[in-house]
Design a protein around this ligand. Structure first.
Ligand SMILES: NC(=O)c1ccc[n+]([C@@H]2O[C@H](COP(=O)([O-])OP(=O)(O)OC[C@H]3O[C@@H](n4cnc5c(N)ncnc54)[C@H](O)[C@@H]3O)[C@@H](O)[C@H]2O)c1
Ligand SMILES: CC(C)=CCC/C(C)=C/C=C/C(C)=C/C=C/C(C)=C/C=C/C=C(C)/C=C/C=C(C)/C=C/C=C(\C)CCC=C(C)C
Length: 501
């Protein structure tokens, strides 16, 4: 017998899936979220060991500001009557780069510009013009209601309300950062700095990074700011689940979907690994588009537009992650929360080239035992570097790779090795296993230079009743970006199902 009919089944409880679910539940839809893991959050989840609460992945959180329209995580929580206390971070990133560039991206815009201009006084004008142009993009976004671009009546409404902002956005949609930066900046070293400013969140250099996304990242850090959720990043997902359930939605854990059920060409439900089936009017996949169209649906029936997308975008690398517990004395006074380390520009995009560091306990000390800090150090790496190894070879390779990263970190944290209290090493295989992401990928990146964001797919798919949400959907990676994708997905489904509240 068929199980009860839901309005919407959502496969996966990443932030994209949870925002879709909570938005729809708040509108009165009957929602079921199916999550294969034991807690919600996906890449924005956490794990606890020996008194430490480690963030699995994402740790530099945008979208939790208190004003404007781009604070989408705050808005998603607000929609289900939830608040989450956050701790403001004064500096987004402390860069430690080749050519002795030691630059802090201060929350205060002017202070950041002056930090950068101190290294490039001859480019003072160009620096200001470039970052000011990013602010223009942001101001357009921050002036309109952010919903589904697949909904013509919304587009018309938002256009009539704010034509200049819409035309501004339409102008920037096909542009990449490199095109704009080169208009204003000539110094090759400064252009390399703009490259790493993009690479550290888009995983591609400026030439391939969409201008709309840079407008968000390079401006919101000085507007809403980077704010860390008290209790750890995992609290965002936990709180969204609380709001979802209060609004009447359901979530089931350890529920791995193995198949999207298609009848007469339409998605009508899902089947779990244990054989159980659930039926609904619509199905949303928060798994990556690759996982959705190769594992959850028969690979031989990939719709033509998905094939085209796969020709244009490829999987970015995954990460090698070190979750470290360390004596507090290791961190010099005044250490910032987030760091980027690179010693050779040639290595920026190479596996284990750029190291990202996050020390959340500088903002929320309760995540570690008294007298200790968490250092989460991660660096891009490919799954192919970690396959075909015996268990012993795999463990040895992990130890060697971790040792090399720790040696490199000693440059900014002398005494780190001696001060180690706890170490857990994750590889691309770990990311694949626990996050259910194909090859453990961080998300899609353009295979070649594309027209900004124009080639990114929205939430609808070629299969009626099936939608996608998350970072392989417009506008891409980032918690605030997948939150947008969740708002847009819920909006489009709400209109399609005639959900009114
Ligand atoms: N290290 C990092 O910083 C890092 C790494 C990867 C991703 N990210 C970021 O995380 C965010 C990703 O968010 P998202 O919303 O796209 O999704 P997500 O990948 O975080 O979450 C997807 C969820 O779906 C679940 N899932 C997948 N397949 C399933 C199935 N068949 N059945 C049931 N559950 C299933 C997974 O367990 C996971 O909880 C992005 O912001 C991305 O940039 C960060
Ligand atoms: C009508 C007409 C004429 C027209 C129309 C037009 C329009 C309206 C348009 C619109 C558009 C839109 C809405 C768009 C949107 C967008 C968005 C929202 C975007 C977002 C984005 C975001 C992002 C990108 C973010 C990101 C972030 C990230 C990724 C981060 C990361 C980080 C990392 C990884 C790093 C770490 C570091 C250390 C530790 C150092």
């Amino acid at each position: 017998m068929n199980s009860p009919l839901f309005d919407v089944i959502i496969i996966g409880s990443g932030i994209g899936g949870l925002v879709t679910a909570s938005q729809l539940a708040a509108k009165g839809a009957k929602v079921l979220v199916l999550e294969s893991y034991v807690i919600p959050g996906g890449s924005a989840g956490y794990f606890q060991r020996q008194g430490y609460t480690f963030d699995v992945g994402a740790s530099m959180i945008f979208g939790m500001g208190s004003q404007g329209t781009t604070n989408l995580l705050t808005r998603a929580l607000d929609a289900v009557n939830i608040t989450l206390k956050t701790i403001p971070d004064d500096v987004q990133i402390h860069y430690h780069l080749p050519d002795n560039l030691d630059i802090k991206v201060d929350r205060d815009y002017e202070k950041f510009l002056q930090n950068l201009i101190a290294y490039f006084p001859h480019e003072a004008k160009g620096i200001r013009r470039f970052y000011d142009e990013c602010q223009k993009v942001f101001n357009c976004l921050n002036n309109i209601e952010l919903l589904s671009l697949e909904e013509p009546r919304y587009l018309l409404r938002v256009f009539l309300k704010n034509p200049l902002a819409c035309l501004g956005l339409a102008k920037y949609l096909p542009l990449n950062v490199g095109d704009v930066a080169q208009r204003y900046i000539k110094d090759p070293l400064l252009l390399k700095f703009i490259d790493i400013e993009c690479y550290c969140w888009s995983v591609v250099p400026a030439a391939m990074t969409p201008m709309i996304n840079a407008g968000m990242v390079f401006s919101d850090r000085h507007y809403g700011g980077v704010n860390y959720p008290q209790g750890g990043v995992g609290k965002i997902a936990e709180k969204l689940v609380t709001g979802l359930e209060r609004a009447g939605g359901k979530i089931q854990y350890q529920a791995r979907v193995t198949k999207i059920i298609i009848e007469q060409g339409k998605a009508i439900g899902v089947e779990l690994a244990n054989g159980q089936t659930y039926h609904a009017k619509t199905v949303v996949s928060n798994a990556t588009r690759w996982d959705t169209f190769t594992k959850l649906l028969p690979p031989e029936n990939i719709p033509a537009n998905e094939k085209l997308w796969q020709q244009r975008y490829e999987k970015s690398p995954s990460f090698l992650s070190l979750h470290i517990g360390v004596k507090a004395s290791v961190l010099p006074l005044g250490t910032q929360c987030h760091h980027i380390l690179l010693t050779d520009w040639q290595e920026m995009t190479a596996a284990q080239g750029t190291i990202f560091v996050s020390i959340p306990t500088l903002l929320d000390p309760n995540l570690a035992p008294p007298g200790y800090h968490i250092i989460h150090a991660f660096t891009p790496d490919w799954i192919t570097n970690w396959q075909g190894l015996s268990p012993k070879e795999y463990e040895e390779k992990k130890e060697i790779a971790a040792g090399q990263i720790i040696d490199r970190l000693e440059a900014i944290f002398p005494g780190l090795d001696a001060g180690l209290d706890y170490l857990e090493i994750g590889t691309p295989r770990t990311h694949r296993r626990f996050l259910n992401r194909i090859d453990g990928t961080y998300g899609p990146i353009p295979k070649r230079k594309l027209w900004g964001l124009l080639a990114m797919p929205f939430n609808r798919t070629a299969i009626p009743g099936l939608y996608c949400v998350g970072d392989s959907t417009f506008p891409g990676q980032g918690l605030n970006a997948v939150a947008f994708s969740g708002f847009a997905c819920a909006h489009r489904i709400g209109v399609d199902l005639g959900v009114k509240k």
